[in-house]
Write a protein of this length. Structure first.
Length: 83
């Protein structure tokens, strides 16, 4: 599944932190008001991490289910994304 960056840019991303951790895109912060849009773009919500993620697949995966975002950042590296 391809992420439509242009549609993501159209959203109100003020107070939303966007990070690329490994090959996954993570959004955290003030995302409640855009949650339906994120679902439509193929993002999933991680209740454990309180963040939305996009992994390029049509389904959730449990590969990183028990890891915190900080653990994932340490393992895979993190890059802040500015749109």
């Amino acid at each position: 599944m391809e992420l439509d960056i242009n549609k993501l840019k159209e959203l109100d991303l003020s107070n939303v932190k966007i990070e690329k951790i490994g090959n996954w895109l993570w959004l955290s912060g003030a995302t409640y008001k855009i949650k339906d849009n994120l679902k439509g773009l193929g993002f999933f919500f991680s209740n454990n991490k309180k963040a939305w993620f996009w992994n390029g697949q049509n389904h959730k995966t449990k590969k990183a289910f028990y890891k915190t975002l900080e653990e994932l950042k340490t393992k895979w590296g993190v890059e802040n994304v500015i749109l």
